[in-house]
Design a protein around this ligand. Structure first.
Ligand code: RB5
Length: 150
C-alpha cells in the first residue's frame, strides 16, 4: 500500500506522528507538506492528495488540519474520493468496513497524537466489507458519475 499524507499548519504534529507510524508499519508514503508553520490554505494540500488517490497514484490519503473539517470538505470535491473525518476508533474501523473510505481526515485541535495514531493504524489495516455496503457506495459513485454528463 502507498499513502499520500499532508497537513496545513494546524496539523503538523499529527502528520509527523502518522509518518512515524507508517515507517514502523513499513507502509510507503509521500509527504506533500506543508513545509512551514506559518498559515497556509488547507485546500492547497487536500486537493493534491485527493487527486493522487483519485488517479490511482497512491492507494490512500491522510489529511490533517486544525479540525479536519476543511480538509475533508475539500477532498470530497474530487471525484472518486470518499474522505472520512474520524476522531474515534469505532468510526475508523466502520468507515473502512462500510464506506470503503480512501482518505482519512483528522483534526489536531480536536484529538491528540496518541489517539490519532490508533485511528490511523485501524484505518490503514481494516478491509472494506463489501456485501450489503457495496450497493450504497455504488449509489454515491453513480451519482458522482451522473454529474459529469450534466
Ligand atoms: C486553520 O486555522 C484552520 O481553519 C484549519 O486548520 C482547519 O481547521 C479548517 O477546517
Amino acid at each position: 500500500m502507498k499513502v499520500a499524507i499532508a497537513s496545513d499548519h494546524g496539523g503538523i504534529n499529527i502528520r509527523e506522528e502518522i509518518k512515524k507510524l507508517m515507517e514502523e508499519m513499513n507502509i510507503s508514503f509521500v509527504d506533500l507538506g506543508c513545509e512551514c508553520s506559518t498559515s497556509v490554505d488547507y485546500p492547497d494540500y487536500a486537493l493534491p492528495v485527493a487527486e493522487m488517490v483519485a488517479k490511482g497514484e497512491v492507494d490512500r490519503g491522510i489529511l490533517i488540519c486544525g479540525t479536519g473539517i476543511g480538509m475533508s470538505i475539500a477532498a470530497n470535491k474530487v471525484q472518486g474520493i470518499r474522505c472520512a473525518l474520524v476522531h474515534d476508533m469505532f468510526s475508523a474501523k466502520a468507515t473502512r468496513e462500510h464506506n470503503d473510505s480512501n482518505v482519512l481526515a483528522m483534526g489536531e485541535r480536536v484529538i491528540g497524537p496518541g489517539l490519532a495514531r490508533e485511528i490511523a493504524k485501524i484505518w490503514l489495516t481494516t478491509d472494506y466489507e463489501g456485501g450489503r455496503h457495496a450497493n450504497r457506495v455504488e449509489k454515491i459513485t453513480s451519482y458522482e458519475q451522473s454529474l459529469q454528463t450534466k
